[in-house]
Ligand binder design. Structure first.
Ligand SMILES: *Cc1c(COP(=O)(O)O)cnc(C)c1O
Length: 355
């Protein structure tokens, strides 16, 4: 039994989800005629108390479209130095929108209102125009870190006072909804735009949604078309997203519980130095001095456990829909088998690091 903890994107549709997909009513969504896509968009917008939503192929696409519509070339975006839009979107922000980024160092990737305020450029021809703040919640590179709601509200106030737009990369926003027991409308009331992924913890095979005002989504829809993102009978995949929103949100708490158990299993092992606080479904473990994360990844692979490295000194493990309690028990047993001598051996065949 392989235990795949690389990402919450590795899930496969369940029989019930597949059934919803095959039964979907479809039409040409480029003509706006796909009833399932329309239903998904309306359902998600309503859930967040926002005016409109746009179904897109990926979270990278929703983020890139949002940044593009919010900014003009030469503008500056404030975000964390650990953010997905900066690290993992192929430089798309520069390529698609021609904007610069003001990278802030936060606490596990979470930036503060004071920090944002201090980094807004004065209205002076020397400086790029600061137009957008982008926050990631939960924060992937911070180990699924949760933003404090009061901090989000404070950042909202700074943005409103200074005329900045506020975007949320909410690839894992539902993990925050569940962990903090919040109504998604709370987030809908704070951000101008939100990107959510259906293909992460929610278990859909593909798809993300961009949420915002009617006017914003009108422009986002135009931009999606010019980026080649118009899809035809997309209702077949949208049905999976709709199923995910209707059935797979509250179960995220199981992922959070299992992430805690995995963290416990790693505590006290002599090759682990530290475990980041586990807020949601992501476990980031820092390796003991002199133990490269690549050799841990290789040794774990020999035990049938797949994970990714985060730099040379950390590994990331993610709980998701296809990981059950049996996997977690097996994980706890197998990590005990990894000794320093096995790591020594594994370091010779170190796997290429990821992320
Ligand atoms: C996964 C992810 C995205 C989008 O990823 P896609 O693979 O393009 O769907 C965006 N932001 C964060 C934080 C993510 O984890």
């Amino acid at each position: 039994m392989t235990i795949d903890l690389r990402s919450d994107t590795v899930t496969r549709p369940t029989p019930a989800m597949l059934d919803a997909m095959t039964r979907a009513q479809v039409g040409d969504d480029v003509f706006g005629e796909d009833p399932t896509v329309n239903e998904l968009q309306a359902f998600a917008a309503d859930m967040f108390g926002m005016e409109a939503a746009l179904y897109c192929s990926s979270g990278t696409q929703t983020n890139q479209i949002a940044i593009n519509v919010h900014t003009r070339p030469g503008d500056e975006v404030i975000c964390s130095n650990l953010s997905h839009i900066y690290l993992y979107e192929g430089g798309g922000v520069a390529q698609n929108s021609g904007v610069s980024m003001r990278l802030l160092e936060g606490n596990r990737g979470r930036i503060t209102a004071d920090h944002v305020l201090a980094n807004i450029n004065a209205d002076d021809a020397h400086y790029p125009r600061t137009t957008l703040v982008s926050l990631e919640n939960t924060m992937n590179k911070g180990g699924g870190a949760l933003y404090d709601l009061n901090e989000l509200k404070a950042i909202r106030e700074v943005c409103s006072a200074k005329g900045l737009q506020l975007h949320c990369d909410g690839a894992r926003l539902f993990n925050a909804v569940v962990a903090q027991e919040l109504d998604p409308k709370v987030f809908g009331g704070i951000f101008d735009t939100i990107s959510i992924c259906l293909s992460k913890g929610l278990g859909a095979p593909v798809g993300s949604l961009l949420l915002g005002s009617k006017n914003f989504i009108y422009h986002a829809h135009r931009r999606r078309k010019s980026m080649g993102g118009g899809m035809r009978q997309a209702g077949f995949i949208a049905a999976a997203g709709l199923y995910a929103l209707q059935h797979n949100i509250s179960r995220l708490q199981d992922d959070h519980r299992r992430a805690q158990s995995m963290g416990q299993a790693l505590k006290g092992l002599d090759w682990v130095k530290n475990i980041m606080p586990i807020d949601t479904n992501i476990v980031i473990a820092e390796m003991a001095d002199g133990i490269p994360s690549g050799s841990v990844m290789a040794a774990l692979a020999k035990e049938g456990i797949q994970c990714f490295t985060f730099g040379n000194d950390k590994i990331r493990l993610v709980a998701h829909l296809d990981i059950n309690d049996e996997h977690v028990t097996a994980f706890a047993e197998r990590v005990q088998n990894i000794t320093r001598s096995k790591l020594e051996e594994a370091s010779k065949e170190r796997l290429p690091g990821m992320y």
